[in-house]
Design a protein around this ligand. Structure first.
Ligand code: C5J
Length: 229
C-alpha cells in the first residue's frame, strides 16, 4: 500500500504532551544514524569510551517501526553521520575534541572512522535501506545541516516527521530541533531511540515534550503500530 494511493489514512496516537495526529500522505519516517560506527563494537562510539550495548536496545523497535512505515508507504529517510574521505567537511574542532582512542578519519577495525563508504559507516544490517528510500550523509549532528533534507521533504509535501535513531540527546534531538524550527510537527518513538547514557535519553524525552511540546511529541512504539485508521 502506498500512502499517496489512499484517500486518507490518519495516524492518531496517545503521546506526550498530548494526542498527536498526522495524515500519512504528508508524513515521513526519519531514522537517524543507525550505523555500525555507533552501534557495533570497534566503531566511533566505542572509541569515545561508550558502552555500545546501550544502543542495541533500539534496533529491534526501530526495525518494527521501519516495517510499519513501509507497510503504509511512508517516505523513509535514513541518515548517516559521515565525512568525505579528505575530511574537508569535518571541522578541526570536531575532529580534535576529546580524547578518543581513534579520531574521525583514523583507521579502525571497521575502516576509517566516520568516513563515507567505509564498512563502519554503513547502516546496520537490520535496518538496511531499500530502493526508493532516501539515504543522507550528514557532516553535522543535525539532519538538515548541509544535506538538502528540507528540499527533499518540501518536494514531497511532508509536514510531519516520525523519528527514531541514535543517539537520543545528540543527533536525534538536534535533528528534531532543526525540524521544529522549520515548521515540522515531530514525533519521537521512545523505544526506537537510545543513548549511551540512559538518563540522557530520559531527560531528552522530557525536554522534547515539556512546555506543551516545545520540540515535539514522544510516544510508545505500540501506539504507532496500532494507531492508523
Ligand atoms: C554522536 C549521533 N553521538 N549520531 N552522534 O556523536 O548522535
Amino acid at each position: 500500500m502506498s500512502a499517496s494511493e489512499t484517500t486518507l489514512m490518519t495516524l492518531r496516537v496517545r503521546a506526550r504532551p498530548g494526542p498527536f495526529a498526522c495524515d500519512l500522505r504528508n508524513t515521513a519516517l526519519v531514522l537517524i544514524d543507525m550505523q555500525r560506527d555507533f552501534i557495533e563494537p570497534g566503531g566511533f562510539g566505542e572509541t569515545l569510551g561508550n558502552d555500545v550495548g546501550q544502543l542495541a536496545q533500539a534496533v529491534e523497535p526501530a526495525a518494527r517501526l521501519l516495517a510499519w512505515a513501509r507497510t503504509y508507504g511512508l517516505l523513509v529517510v535514513h541518515t548517516r553521520e559521515s565525512h568525505a574521505p579528505d575530511l574537508s567537511d569535518c571541522p578541526p574542532a570536531k575532529r580534535c575534541r576529546g580524547e578518543p582512542s581513534l579520531r574521525i578519519g583514523d583507521m579502525g577495525p571497521m575502516g576509517r572512522v566516520l568516513v563515507r563508504g567505509e564498512p563502519g559507516n554503513a547502516i546496520i544490517d537490520a535496518l538496511q535501506p531499500i530502493a526508493g528510500e532516501v539515504e543522507l550523509d550528514k557532516p553535522g549532528k543535525g539532519a538538515f545541516y548541509d544535506t538538502g533534507l528540507q528540499e527533499i521533504l518540501q518536494r514531497r509535501a511532508i509536514t510531519h516527521l516520525i523519528f527514531g535513531g541514535v543517539t537520543t540527546e545528540v543527533c536525534v534531538q538536534t535533528s528534531m530541533r532543526e525540524a521544529n524550527d522549520r515548521g515540522y510537527d515531530c514525533l519521537l518513538v521512545e523505544e526506537a531511540t537510545a543513548s549511551y547514557f540512559p538518563y540522557f535519553k530520559q531527560a531528552t524525552l522530557e525536554m522534547i515534550a515539556a512546555q506543551g511540546g516545545i520540540v515535539g511529541w514522544t510516544c510508545k512504539l505500540d501506539a504507532v503500530l496500532r494507531g492508523v485508521s
